[in-house]
Design a protein around this ligand. Sequence first.
Ligand code: NAD
Length: 481
Amino acid sequence: MNNGSVNTNLIGGAWITAPAVIQNINPSDLSDIVGEYGHSEEQQVLEAVAAANTVSEKWADSTPQERFNVLDGIGTEILARKEEIGNLLAREEGKTLPEGIGETNRAGQIFKFYAGEALRLAGEKIPSIRPGVDVEITRQPIGVVGIITPWNFPIAIPAWKIAPAICYGNAVVFKPAELAPGCGWILADILSRSGLPEGVFNMVCGSGTTVGKAITEHPDVAGVSFTGSQAVGHLIAMKCVERKAKIQLEMGGKNPLVVLDDADLDVAVKIAVNGAYFSTGQRCTASSRLIVTEGIHDRFVDAVAESIKHLRVGNALDSETQIGPVVSEDQLNKILEYVEIGKNEGANLVWGGERLTRETEGFYQAPALFTETTPEMRINKEEIFGPVASVIRVKDYEEALSVANDTEFGLSAGICTSSLKYARDFQKRADAGMVMVNLPTAGVDYHVPFGGTKGSSYGSREQGSYAAEFYTTVKTTYIYS
Ligand code: NAD
């Protein structure tokens, strides 16, 4: 049990004070220090990996019932505390309170889902081509898994990696994002009281370049599951391939939302505004490119602009707020820079883009909408990761599809249409891991696979029963009797 301080790591079942601290600051109110969290060194990673290694075989031998009990209990506690944890999430990350509670709810449901999956572990028995021989195909845990997560979903992403890791019998060393470590720390506290044997789950807080690097390069870490930027994902991939560790990377997006002439205008506008601006646009699945056919273009642009003028940007904890602040000063500056880049590239800024001041000092920004943009502009090529969307005008469906696929990313792609023909064609030909028909590009279920193609993802899918692919190794056994 932790003594109440948050500048601690969980290593081998013990809460150990970190050598230094990182301040966790509320982006809605810079005078509010959420807490001082651990800033660890490589040594703490070495200790955590050693602790995980010591118990990984024991946990690999645990029964489905033991795994169910642990995962179900964690899910129950998260769900029971979703208002409190959602509040912390809103405070440290800047999502609105309902968004924070919603994300926490999702994390609880994920643990419940994998509790059920633990009871459904199965293999296959297949007749051999040789007489008297049986073939059995079973899944075994990979051992110690490193889990490295970003700040933008500080409880859901850790949950959707940690829950399957434990469900499939692995030990874990987890590093939360340094910008929003509070939810990760609470999750670790819940896990520490869940009945898991000490050392099966370890958390080391700190920077990516020290703690994340040490996890990635440790020879006893059998696999690394990472979500974050493309640049860091690439570094991790190179290191893991060098030492032949398993990798699963979920990286950025530049997600298209295609709006065809036959779309329901009101529905399309709601979907675009939700997908592009909610959660302050800080979602890897956000609709940052709105690709609109000529017949509906002007009406669509007018309606989106009108809608975002009325979005209430403010303190994440204020019940009136619809769009919270950007997570940090660096992120805000990066987004403001992209707004300038868009203007200089000749895009027409019809609304927003400027920094806003509110009662409390924070990183507020007016949602920005660009029109008259072209696919080759940097604002349509690079991930901005903020409340900025650009409209690309196209002639017809074929041009829309080709522009939608003209990106190095491939996470989520949406289409608004009343035509089954175009919806089905888009499902088949959109280069994306997830396709949304008359739904926002962001917002997914917790029990089905999540992930992308091209530069957005690498390795096997996350979530649902498909997560078994990363967290287990397949063994084929031949038995002659
Ligand atoms: P980031 O890549 O900067 O950091 C992600 C994590 O990696 C953090 O915990 C960080 O400390 C760690 N890290 C940094 N350098 C490292 C290194 N050298 N070695 C090991 N670990 C290191 O990303 P971010 O700014 O936290 O998150 C935003 C990015 O995440 C965006 O690009 C967004 O699209 C992406 N994202 C993707 C998904 C998805 O599922 N595709 C989901 C959410 C966020």
